[in-house]
Design a protein around this ligand. Structure first.
Ligand SMILES: [Zn+2]
Length: 270
């Protein structure tokens, strides 16, 4: 059989269905369609450029495998590139303009709606594009009044990654730091090169102005880092990655279950 489904259970991989089978699916309004969205972008000297796509795709694939079989849910193949222009100065980066990514996601969303589905989870692995996904999600919501869209960061579900991180890494580990490195050692061990890992934090000015805080400045990766790493992968291990992965998968099982049960309009107490 084709391996197009990767780690997604084949029976939960939407492209393996036929058009008449999709037409005949029951309860399409509450069937969860999962679209992983990643990036192909530099992740320092030690991580592969597929990191964000791998994380979004693998975490949701494994969650779909663990999900209650009574909950209807299907994955689409991942969108493997995204809005990564903050890494333009580095090699190994594919850049979609925000307009391109918005148009792509709007068209995919409209197609999912046309098939009769009413719940679409946009599972995003790349920290540089949540804003784009949120705009598309709200626009689709406005255009199709009974469409529920869930634009979520793959790391936003409860998980244990913070247990392993220093306060500095929690706050400033933005890119290719310890959490991503451990997780990739669990997901694609042969593509990780721990011996080449370097840690690099942007200088701490003590100012209110920070790259990702409440009072921020627009930055490009080379403003903050020479190596392409923003954070410190020191201490990352495959065992830690396995634990983080298991907790993310459990978090996504809960999230996909909630999406299945979610109802719009929201029920109110009278
Ligand atoms: Zn990343």
């Amino acid at each position: 059989m084709s391996q197009m489904h990767g780690s997604v259970p084949p029976e939960r991989f939407l492209p393996y269905l036929t058009a008449p089978a999709i037409e005949a699916l029951p309860d399409k309004e509450n069937t969860v369609i999962v679209l992983p969205i990643g990036a192909i972008e530099q992740h320092g000297p030690h991580l592969p450029i597929c990191t964000d796509t791998a994380i979004a795709t693998e975490v949701t694939a494994q969650a779909l495998a663990k999900l209650d079989p009574a909950i209807p849910a299907y994955a689409l193949p991942p969108v493997w590139c995204g809005k990564s222009n903050e890494h333009a100065r580095f090699s190994g980066t594919v850049i979609l303009r925000a307009e391109t990514l918005m148009a792509l996601l709007r068209d995919i969303g409209a197609s999912v709606y046309r098939m009769g589905f009413r719940k679409l989870a946009l599972v995003n692995g790349h920290g540089g594009q949540p804003q784009v996904l949120e705009i598309v999600a709200r626009d689709l919501r406005e255009e199709y009044p009974d469409f529920c869209i869930f634009p979520v960061f793959s790391w936003a579900v409860p998980n244990c990654s913070n247990d392993f991180l220093s306060a500095q890494e929690r706050e400033h580990g933005l890119h290719a730091g310890r959490a991503e490195t451990s997780l990739m050692m669990a997901l694609t061990p042969d593509a990780v090169h721990p011996e080449l890992a370097v840690g690099e934090y942007p200088p701490d000015s003590g100012w209110l102005l920070t790259p990702e805080g409440g009072f921020r400045f627009a930055w490009l990766a080379h403003d903050l880092s020479r190596s392409g790493v923003i954070g410190n992968p020191d201490g990352a291990t495959r065992e830690e990655g396995e634990q983080v992965l298991a907790s993310l998968v459990d978090g996504w099982v809960q999230a996909l279950t909630e999406i299945h049960h979610f109802r719009m309009p929201l029920e109110r107490e009278s």
